[in-house]
Design a protein. Structure first.
Length: 250
């Protein structure tokens, strides 16, 4: 949540009961193309009272005020019906996987990261401007980036985010993820990992990367949903998206 406060402080919405904070959510904008709702959390004592729905509706209003073309969110199946009541539809799915351990020694990060190329590449491949997010992640995790090239051209990257007792790969984008390219990027990401277990969330539609991760020892933890607000254009995770990047930790 601290990262979201730094990234988009006006998009952090809080529900209160008097002076007590009882829930929160975030509404992030990526240029005018995409708005994203995340981190919908309600104090256990206040659940099943409509607070989560109120927070999501407040996030929708904020993103509508910013005139974004699309609004999406990630959900797990137990929350699907709530989001459907609020005007969302399922447009895809993802698989959360984990591996318990890897190399004993962490590889050193390469300081010569072609970051300006990563920003341009990500915007073209992802379809929205995430430069503010990626700059924030560069400040927080400067030595945890992996990338691959074809000749002199950047064709894929991934970031490994480390937390107190675990790590996560994502976001990750690759222009064309054949099995060899996917495996190379995955191995490079694992070599940067210091804290285990290591998690990764892969779109179900990206079968090549999903099968590559499974063959590399990752095991499925659970399945999730990608949902899109029906009153706007549909959210579409293209084939270039290898791994999602959740920001609700750290």
């Amino acid at each position: 949540m601290r990262r979201m406060l730094k990234l988009q402080p006006k998009g952090c919405l809080v529900a209160v009961d008097g002076a007590k904070r009882i829930g929160l959510t975030t509404a992030s904008c990526y240029g005018g193309e995409l708005g994203w709702i995340g981190n919908v959390v309600v104090d256990r004592a206040y659940r099943n009272k409509g607070i989560a729905s109120d927070l999501v509706q407040a996030a929708i209003r904020r993103l509508a005020h910013r005139r974004v073309r699309r609004v999406g969110l990630y959900s797990f199946p137990e929350n699907q019906s709530m989001y459907e009541r609020l005007g969302f539809e399922t447009v895809g799915g993802f698989i959360l996987l984990s591996i318990l351990r890897g190399p004993l020694k962490r590889a050193g990060g390469n300081l010569k990261i072609p970051f300006s190329k990563i920003l341009r590449f990500d915007r073209r491949a992802f379809g929205a401007d995430r430069s503010k997010l990626l700059r924030c992640l560069m400040r927080d995790f400067p030595r945890s980036w992996a990338w691959i090239r074809r000749g002199t051209e950047l064709c894929g990257y991934a970031i490994v985010k480390e937390y107190q007792d675990s790590s996560e790969i994502g976001p990750s984008i690759c222009e064309k993820a054949d099995r060899d390219t996917a495996l190379a990027l995955l191995k490079a990401s694992k070599s940067l990992t210091r804290k285990w277990p290591l998690e990764i969330s892969i779109p179900e539609s990206n079968r090549t990367f999903l099968e590559t991760a499974q063959s590399a020892g990752f095991r499925t933890l659970r399945k999730g949903l990608v949902m899109s607000f029906t009153e706007l254009e549909k959210v579409d995770l293209g084939p270039q998206v290898l791994a999602l990047g959740f920001l609700d930790k750290g």
